[in-house]
Ligand binder design. Sequence first.
Ligand SMILES: [Zn+2]
Length: 307
Amino acid sequence: MKYIIMDLEWNGATTSEGYFNEIIEIGAVAMDDSMNVTGEFQSFVNPKHTKKLRGRIKELTHITNEDLKNAGRFISVFNRLKEWIGSAEDNCMLSWGNADITVLYENLERYHMLDEIFVIKHYCDAQLLCQKAVGISLAKQVGLSAFAEMIEVIPGEDQLHRAIGDSRLTARCVAKLFTPELYKEFAKKADRVFYDRMNFKSYCIQDLNDERIKQSRFMTECPECHVYLKRMTRYTCRNKKHYARYRCGLCAREYNISHLFKMTYDGLEHRCTAIPVSTGLNAGENETEPLAQQSDENVPSEQTTDE
Ligand SMILES: [Zn+2]
């Protein structure tokens, strides 16, 4: 397996087709199965849409407009990268977080060369692999330089926030923590489904009459009596959540019920929260964390204990 640790720098450009993260530098380090560095790739990209670098990008990367003017266009730089990756052996691309692979996809799409992305055979998020290796929750996003410092990987002479410097630093972190088990856990086949999933933008369904929402979703049991609650009020929508007051016919307890319907790549995700009503509070105002989260049938069975 050939491991390609890639890092990109990009600049936000506004074009007639909308906002676009335009790549201005590609850096990559190749490693073999023993995590020995076998090669490096670095190139600036002369941007088509970026007329002048944003101040923040210049400050962060120290890339100048002159650096870019003398570089090749994206298509030619990508073709060189592709040649450098080669097709002779199986490969896996790694990057710190999935922003770089997302932006690479976006740029290839812009130039109508999306099929070229399949030069990459597998993808592995180095950030997930490294954080798991040292026991940091994957819900946290630790920056590359902070992480490197944490595991005592020294950046050396490399300039941070530059594609080649960051890919070298990522490569050193990966080399230090890599195990076949972690690789197996986080590496994915980089096929169409992988990119479809990566590009899918989750959204909330606002219309409760949307046909994707089954009416049975609104049937909520009393956490005490396990009979269905009766709805007392109309639904009101706030922050994408739908609230209504429900009442139990047996014990007469009242609950503020909230529903959130989120479409993800894998289907409809339904979050339902039931908060026992205490006097003087309107629906939703005493809300805490969801009691239950489920992606198929029906609603919660627990109750909060803070009342
Ligand atoms: Zn009840």
